[in-house]
Design a protein around this ligand. Structure first.
Ligand SMILES: [Fe+2]
Length: 252
């Protein structure tokens, strides 16, 4: 049997850019400015539970990775979530709580908040996607693809949409007071096409892409890359679907 020809990277770029564009058009994300305040707050509180599951997802993937180079990239990204070793610097998750506070979400609301069934499923499905990826011969390509697309590229797309609504709330004088949503929107983003990515690029997506593209060349097939990117979008789409009734209530 002839070896499968690798899909040219520019085709994979077009494939994933189209997926991201489709995801950004999810009615809840595209209509984020139309949601009543209480529904927007509920969405952010639910999205917080997905963020709380971000670091265990990375830990799970690191456990299953066999590729030392990929593991190193994932470890560095994970450690960036917890800056400073002296206990004086908030973690990125604490930065999220800080931002939620500036958006008017009280500590009481935070205390009372529990994940919905749809949110729990979204988190469980992400763990499952990672765990199942570890079972394949090409597990390294699969795991890094999920970390990059589910954990970085799509997150930046989500926060880009949320920012349309929350951005003005963070502005004071010429200062942007967001410590979580805005920085993550920037440092998680895909800033370079797969076809031109370099390790020198600082964004989380691009750093992972540097190894993903090498593994794509090694494996020779990009079927799992496409499949996992599609599954990542499905999983996140299901999360936002739970807020469709809120849009219905305002007649969208
Ligand atoms: Fe990130």
């Amino acid at each position: 049997m002839p070896m499968p020809m690798p899909t040219p990277l520019h085709e994979l770029d077009a494939f994933e850019d189209a997926l991201v564009a489709r995801f950004e058009e999810h009615p809840v994300l595209a209509g984020i400015s139309l949601l009543p305040d209480e529904d927007f707050a509920a969405l952010l509180l639910q999205r917080r539970f997905v963020s709380l599951a971000f670091t265990p997802s990375y830990d799970l993937a690191i456990d299953l990775l066999r590729d030392e180079a990929g593991k190193r990239i994932a470890r560095v990204i994970l450690r960036e979530e917890y800056p400073g070793g002296d206990g004086h610097t908030p973690s990125h998750r604490e930065d999220m709580t800080h931002d939620l506070g500036l958006l008017g979400i009280s500590r009481d609301a935070l205390v009372a908040s529990r994940p919905t069934a749809a949110t729990r499923r979204s988190v469980e499905d992400a763990f499952e996607l990672i765990a199942a990826s570890g079972a394949h011969d090409d597990c390294d390509l699969r795991l890094l693809t999920v970390l990059r697309f589910w954990g970085e590229v799509l997150v930046s797309a989500e926060y880009g949409r949320l920012w349309e609504r929350m951005g003005p709330r963070f502005a004071r004088g010429g200062e942007n007071r967001s410590r979580f949503y805005h920085p993550h929107r920037v440092h998680d983003a895909k800033t370079q096409p797969l076809a031109r990515v370099s390790l020198l690029s600082g964004s989380h997506s691009d750093r992972l892409a540097a190894r993903v593209t090498e593994l794509l060349a090694r494996e020779g097939s990009s079927d799992c890359f496409k499949e996992l990117e599609e599954r990542s979008v499905q999983l996140k789409t299901a999360f936002y679907d739970q807020f469709l009734p809120a849009l219905d209530r305002v007649g969208v």
